[in-house]
Design a binder for this molecule. Structure first.
Ligand code: ATP
Ligand code: MG
Length: 564
């Protein structure tokens, strides 16, 4: 391809509304453009990368005996009603009506559609196991679309679904898929880690997230040298008071203090001079619309997934101001368990507090010298918080490390969740109808592209791993009016193509600096520069994008050097 002809609009300036490096570089390198919030146009260079990821994923899905299908993006409401998800999915589901007023949604995922297909077509255990996958555009009306294609409202996903006759088979197959996923991300050249993920009401360790390690990642991961690794939401934490009971013998009786306008831990801490780990944060949440007061330590974060499981509810949301005030009797920021008639549930770590601080259930007032179980009694203590650096490993007890990651894939053993509710059955060897046992496996193909850039870049631009680069090689002809240079560049371009390389020929009439900047920005693994002076000695300049220095190489040997 010739740079002068391709639609590859690069930008010098950093776009002001792009917060993350990958978002900035995807815009600057001419990979994507924004249409509206969470909606992106993929330009030719971007699409080349996307297709490379797609092909790697497809290879590995085929190798895992998957069969590719194409499912509609428009999905009828009645299927979603069968599983109850038309209601549960909430506002993330994009809903619409056709001309006859029939209701549909735009696919955010496809469990319903695939289960419907299989229940209609697969009758016998003899047809199992069966794995079907697709590359499909997905729609999710994210609350906060951000970071470019990383959290978009329309994105490309590979979704795969497997159907099995028994538990042993799905578990075996699940392991195979985890291996396939590892192959995929390895082949993409990514530094990643599979971690145990929250598997909701189903429980067990049959959900894994595949995290690309990056500072900008939205997910927290804890890991241990013993090999355990989990999402901070998943990692189970023990009751610390079991080994080290807190000693509050010398703590005086609790007392109210005035804390005008101080509604955060930091603000109150300044007034009462106590560290965050002595704070009792009282959060009011709605558990399936019922208000509940939950206590976590000032330096900890509530894990809604754990709370949801403990209470056996399907939805936890932060209470609005009215519900907060009704339960606590105070404005937001001043709730607390001392003297409150509300039932409270406390995280285990609350028990480590020896001289605590909490809200007084009155405007502008807090209570100090609070001791749990002396001054208030929660209805229950439980593991309710997100794991953090230094927390003990649930497998071996050693302190864990913390890192941030970008979730690029998710594998899940579904069991019979969908087949039961949709009455999807097969006949076993005895002729008895049984629910299919299912697994599902997603990869955010478009998110992989952004995640890769988060990991693979420098101050000049993207540094593509060879497997994902839009082109293998860029040839820069410095002076296009010089016929010797230009004809050598054209010849090299053809030779490289005939050797199977994907080549971009920079034949634009631009300053040298501008051309080299673009080559670095776009991040093509190899660059050959042809200039008048070196051409006189029959030499060209060869540079790997990942290396600092270039070297002079004989023109007739340069492609062989790249190939090797
Ligand atoms: P997240 O926690 O990031 O919202 P999710 O748990 O909702 O992800 P899944 O339903 O498991 O995601 O979807 C499978 C994959 O699709 C994810 O692992 C991720 O790579 C990708 N994905 C999910 N939401 C988006 C989005 N809004 N934009 C781009 N990719 C996404
Ligand atoms: Mg999501």
């Amino acid at each position: 391809m010739k740079f002068s002809q391709i639609f590859l609009p690069t930008l010098r300036e950093v776009p002001s509304d792009a917060e993350t490096i990958s978002h900035q570089l995807m815009l600057r390198a001419g990979l994507v453009r924004k249409l509206a919030a969470g909606l992106y146009e993929w330009l030719p260079a971007g699409l080349r990368v996307l297709r490379k990821v797609e092909q790697i994923v497809r290879d590995e899905m085929n190798a895992a005996n998957g069969q590719e299908v194409w499912l509609p993006q428009l999905q009828p409401k009645n299927l979603w009603e069968e599983t109850g998800r038309w209601g549960v999915y909430g506002k993330e589901l994009m809903r619409l009506k056709d001309r006859k007023d029939a209701e549909f949604c735009l696919a955010p995922t496809a469990e319903e559609v695939i289960t419907d297909l299989v229940r209609k077509e697969v009758r016998s255990y003899r047809s199992l196991p069966l794995m079907l996958f697709q590359f499909g555009v997905k729609y999710r009306d994210e609350i906060r679309p951000r970071f470019g294609v990383m959290r978009a409202r329309e994105f490309l996903m590979k979704d795969a679904y497997s159907f099995h006759a028994d538990d042993a088979d799905v578990e075996n197959y699940y392991k195979k898929m985890v291996e396939a996923y590892k192959n995929i991300f390895k082949r993409c050249g990514l530094n990643f880690r599979p971690v145990e993920a929250e598997s909701g009401a189903i429980g067990g360790s049959f959900s894994h997230e595949f995290m690309v390690l990056a500072e900008s990642g939205e997910e927290g991961i804890v890991s241990c040298s013993c090999g355990y690794a989990a999402n901070v939401e998943r990692a189970e934490l023990p009751d610390p008071s079991k080994n080290a009971p807190a000693d509050a013998q010398g703590t005086p009786a609790y007392a109210e203090v005035s804390t005008p306008g101080a509604t955060s831990v930091e603000a109150v801490a300044k007034i009462v001079k106590q560290p965050a780990h002595q704070f009792i944060k009282a959060l009011v949440v709605l558990a399936d619309d019922k208000p509940v007061m939950v206590l976590v330590r000032g330096d900890h974060e509530l894990n809604e997934a754990k709370l949801q499981r403990l209470l056996g509810v399907s939805r936890i949301v932060k209470a609005n101001e009215a519900a907060y005030t009704q339960l606590s009797g105070s404005p937001v920021g001043f709730a607390g368990p001392v003297g409150s008639p509300a039932k409270t549930i406390a995280d285990y770590a609350i028990r480590t507090i020896t001289d605590g601080v909490c809200g007084a259930n009155k405007k502008d007032m807090h209570v100090t010298h609070v001791v749990p179980d002396r001054d208030f009694k929660p209805e229950q203590y439980a593991d309710l918080r997100k794991a953090a650096a230094g927390d003990p490993c649930p497998k071996c007890g050693k302190p864990m490390d913390y890192a941030r990651g970008i979730e690029v894939g998710h594998t899940f053993k579904l069991g019979t969740k969908y087949s039961d509710s949709m009455k999807a059955t097969y006949l076993d060897a005895q002729g008895k109808a049984k629910s299919f046992i299912m697994g599902c496996y997603g990869i955010g193909v478009s998110r992989v592209v952004a995640a890769c850039i988060e990991q693979c870049h420098d101050a000049q631009g993207i540094v593509w791993p060879a497997a994902l680069a839009p082109w293998d090689l860029i040839i820069c002809a410095l002076n296009i009016t010089n016929t010797t240079v230009m004809s050598a560049a054209e010849k090299l371009y053809k030779d490289a193509q005939s050797k199977g390389l994907n080549v971009l020929l920079d034949d634009r009439d631009l300053q040298t600096g501008a051309k080299l900047k673009d080559a670095d920005l776009i991040g093509i693994p190899w660059r050959i520069v042809l200039g008048e002076r070196k051409m006189a000695e029959n030499k060209v300049e060869l540079k790997a994008r990942s290396e600092k220095d270039s070297r002079d190489v004989p023109l007739n040997d340069v492609l062989a050097q790249i190939k090797s």
